[in-house]
Write a new protein. Structure first.
Lengths: 106, 106
């Protein structure tokens, strides 16, 4: 996983922590479609995702909160979110956060 | 990984995305110590961490930015950070972010 090449803060992070239910049930295909669709949205800055079996953390980065909120309302994404709640995830938490500073190596 | 039981926003998230270098070199022991030490700090709310081989995302949650900043300055943690830069990580990014809303399932 490459580290997302985000600009200087401020920008918005959407932290999605989840435990999947057993079985694929169309999840993998929808995930690829959502990653591709997200990257086309206004204000999209990048995504980082790590999974270990059924648990995962995905962080998507956006220019601001309104761009993140607009992505949440994209029709095809609303369908995926509904299926996520009903079928794919045993539990998840979404946290919308405004990045104030960042630093690192590499 | 249990999802952290954070309170109602606002609170602070520190998103740590990394790629480890090869070999343990004392990393696993220090990680356990740091997780234990972090949990003793004022304002600590919880931690979520997922690794897949050498890549990982860890998100720690804090009451506010000043609590997160204080943890960064704890002496034993400073030593670990230095060793992280020098030995354990090929690359990493730390993003400090203020959570404004959250929602989920389960």
């Amino acid at each position: 996983m490459p580290i997302a090449e985000t600009p200087q803060p401020p920008y918005t992070a959407v932290i999605f922590t989840s435990t999947r239910s057993a079985g694929d049930n169309g999840y993998s295909r929808m995930l690829r479609r959502m990653e591709s669709l997200a990257a086309e949205q206004p204000g999209y800055l990048g995504i980082e995702s790590v999974k270990d079996g059924l648990v995962g953390i995905t962080v998507s980065y956006w220019r601001d909160e309104s761009d993140a909120a607009a992505w949440k309302q994209v029709a095809e994404h609303l369908v995926a979110q509904d299926r996520g709640r009903q079928v794919w995830y045993d539990e998840y938490r979404v946290r919308v956060a405004n990045v104030t500073r960042d630093y690192g190596k590499g």
